[in-house]
Structure formats: C-alpha cells, structure tokens
Write a protein that binds this ligand. Structure first.
Ligand SMILES: [Zn+2]
Ligand SMILES: [Zn+2]
Length: 207
C-alpha cells in the first residue's frame, strides 16, 4: 500500500482538503471514495492507514455482497471501526434496490452501474455520480487495476485539479499483484487462510 500512501501524501502537499458527500464540491476538495466490493479486511486496512495520516474518506459498503456479510463479526467490527476513525459510510447498492437504514449516511454509489441510471438523481439521498459531485474532469477511478487517465498523483501534488472525486477500491491496493488477476489471487490466498481459521473456530475438525 506504499503507493496509496504516496498518493494521499501528494494530495496533502498539493493543498487538498478531504471532503465528504454532505455538501457540494468546493475548490481544493478531495472526495476519497472507497467502493468495498470484495473484502472488509482490505477496507479496514486502508481505513487504518488513512486514520494514521489524519484523513477522512467515505466507505461504501454492500448489504447484498456475495463476498462478505455486514452482520458477521467482521462486518459489525468494520462499521464500528470506520465510524470511530471518523470515516463516512454510504451504501454500495445494487440497482434498483436501495434500502438505506440507520447504518448508512444518506449517500449511495451504485455497484457496476449502467450509463442509463448512473448519474440519475435519487430522491432523498446523494448519488455520488450525479451533478455536482461528478463530471469526467473531476473524477479518477482505479477500476480493474489501471487508472483510466493515468495515476493522478503527480497532478494532485501540483494541485492541478480544481477539486476531485477519487474512487479507490481497497482490495486493489491492499493485496499484492502487478495485474488484476495476480491481485485477486493474492486476495484469495489470504481469504483461504482466514477461512481455515474460521473453520477451526467453528469447531470443524481439520486434523
Ligand atoms: Zn462496486
Ligand atoms: Zn501514482
């Protein structure tokens, strides 16, 4: 995660302020957005790093993920810990279902959205991809291990963006790998170790 740390430090030295989706963008705002698709453990690790650096981000958690369960011990711990560290927590929703309960701030990021509804306003909540929080000049995403328009860290250090929404998937930075496939295999290896421990805790005889 040293590259991610560098990215954050570049933003700090470029004079950016870490903002949440509770008010429209202003000059020098950096909206750090994390869509948590695959691993709560990775989210926690990233959140801890940000906390160390005194940085506040917004984590978008899923309630219907096939990869994790918010009601599990680690799910509850993640929500508690993110709040304790001062991060915001929004819903990473699967269109069109949107059940925002008290666990979430009134902010939504659709998971793998189609262009048809991606930027459509949603009644009563902020959609992170709607105006004024999103336009292509003020948005960078690390999707599938590559920055669509190059890594923004030099530009951040030089303060070139008026303001920016930065989408960072924790899994891509926390697990090692030069490609998405390698990174996913590292993640699966870690998940396998964890699952073995969980089986033992569940009194499964692995002898
Ligand atoms: Zn997603
Ligand atoms: Zn970089």
């Amino acid at each position: 995660m040293s590259h991610y740390r560098e990215l954050l430090e570049a933003a700090v030295s470029g004079g950016y302020r870490f903002a949440g989706f509770d008010r429209p963008p202003r000059d020098k705002d950096l909206f750090v957005r994390h869509d948590v698709d695959l691993s709560l453990e990775a989210a926690l690790e990233m959140a801890a790093l940000e906390h160390d650096l005194g940085i506040r981000a917004t984590y978008f958690l899923m309630t219907e993920s096939v990869f994790y369960n918010l009601l599990s011990p680690v799910g509850l711990r993640t929500q508690r810990q993110l709040r304790q560290w001062g991060h915001a927590v929004g819903l990473h929703a699967v269109y069109p279902r949107l059940e925002l309960d008290g666990r979430f701030d009134p902010v939504v990021a659709w998971h793998n959205p189609d262009p048809a509804y991606m930027s459509e306003p949603v009644a009563g909540v902020v959609n992170v991809m709607e105006y004024p929080y999103f336009d292509s000049d003020h948005y960078r995403s690390d999707s599938n291990h590559h920055w669509r328009s190059g890594c923004p860290h030099e530009q951040l250090a030089r303060g070139e963006f008026e303001w920016l929404q930065l989408l960072v998937h924790p899994e891509i930075w926390v697990f090692e790998g030069a490609t998405m496939r390698e990174t996913m295999l590292s993640m699966l290896e870690a998940k396998r170790e964890l699952a073995l421990e969980q089986l033992a805790e569940d009194r499964i005889d692995l002898s």
